[in-house]
Design a protein around this ligand. Sequence first.
Ligand SMILES: NC(=O)C1=CN([C@@H]2O[C@H](COP(=O)(O)OP(=O)(O)OC[C@H]3O[C@@H](n4cnc5c(N)ncnc54)[C@H](OP(=O)(O)O)[C@@H]3O)[C@@H](O)[C@H]2O)C=CC1
Ligand SMILES: O=C[C@H](O)[C@@H](O)[C@@H](O)[C@H](O)C(=O)O
Length: 313
Amino acid sequence: MAAYDVRFKLNTGTEIPALGLGTWQSAPGEVAKAVAHAIKVGYRHIDTALCYGNENEVGQGIKEAIDSGVVKREELFVTTKLWCSYHARVEEGLETSLKNLGLDYVDLYLMHWPLAMNPNGNHPVFPKLPDGSRDIIYSHSHVTTWKDMEKLVGSGKAKAIGVSNYSVQYLEELLPQSTIIPAANQIENHPSLPQQEIVDYCNAKGIHITAYSPLGSTGSPLFTAEPIVAVAKKRGVTPATVLLSWHIARGSSVLAKSVTPARIEANRADLIHLDAEDMATIKKYSDGLAASKSFQRFVFPPFGVTFGFPDKE
Ligand SMILES: NC(=O)C1=CN([C@@H]2O[C@H](COP(=O)(O)OP(=O)(O)OC[C@H]3O[C@@H](n4cnc5c(N)ncnc54)[C@H](OP(=O)(O)O)[C@@H]3O)[C@@H](O)[C@H]2O)C=CC1
Ligand SMILES: O=C[C@H](O)[C@@H](O)[C@@H](O)[C@H](O)C(=O)O
């Protein structure tokens, strides 16, 4: 099977396509085109979030692809996320996203970060206190939010629910109190931040891992890491291909953001099956970073909370 055709089974029984199109920071005027193009060239998995402010355009791209006959809705896997200022009004969060997207349901609805922000603050998405810090409601537990998310599943409007940015510590708080085990945990993941402890924990619990910022996010800084370049040379592919293919070899799905048609195409078409030797080369690199405590985390918003991430303790 071609690497771009790989799918992974979720604990709901549904399959998630290994490669998804990321849309964070995809600019207005660009993202609808990127989504439509991605679907046209074979992507079946699209990732967005309420806080990206682009669900509307993502929905337009999906509609364009469906209207042109390229794909049927049921062939797509669409993920969106509950934003922090909606933790105390989960159903409203989902309804808002569905309306923005122009969809009747999403395939996966994730709690974006395990932290509630003030729904009545000075901004609907990024409320802040007078001192400039984020307006967080510490008394609202992520477990309460999850219990409200569990209620969504029966509605059919979220086919599966999951979490994002969860550490082992937070999952250990959540799982004993859950009725539904999260279908997925979407986390930052790449050879410079392998998060092996959370990947192993989720694998053991039947929670699928989806990797975000696989290229190191904006400007793709991971392309120059020497072992990635070495594997790329050996396999005759680009560093981007190695970084994306690494997740598929680990059993994780991976989100690659691009608004550039040629990159959208290559990120899918060039995917390969990395072999044991390739994986060992990359593991050696990750192990070296672990030993020198020099993991690189590119996405760490200023919540003022470590989320139990070992590299931030
Ligand atoms: N749950 C969460 O908290 C988070 C979720 N995410 C999700 O994961 C997705 C991916 O992560 P993201 O942080 O966006 O970053 P990525 O690691 O996907 O990197 C995106 C950057 O790489 C560039 N790029 C893409 N493909 C190539 C290529 N083949 N060659 C050279 N450059 C390339 C893009 O440029 P260009 O677009 O100009 O082509 C963009 O600058 C997000 O878009 C979002 O959907 C991301 C962060 C946090
Ligand atoms: O999904 C991507 C990221 O998590 C992003 O949503 C956050 O970093 C957000 O911009 C924030 O500032 O909290």
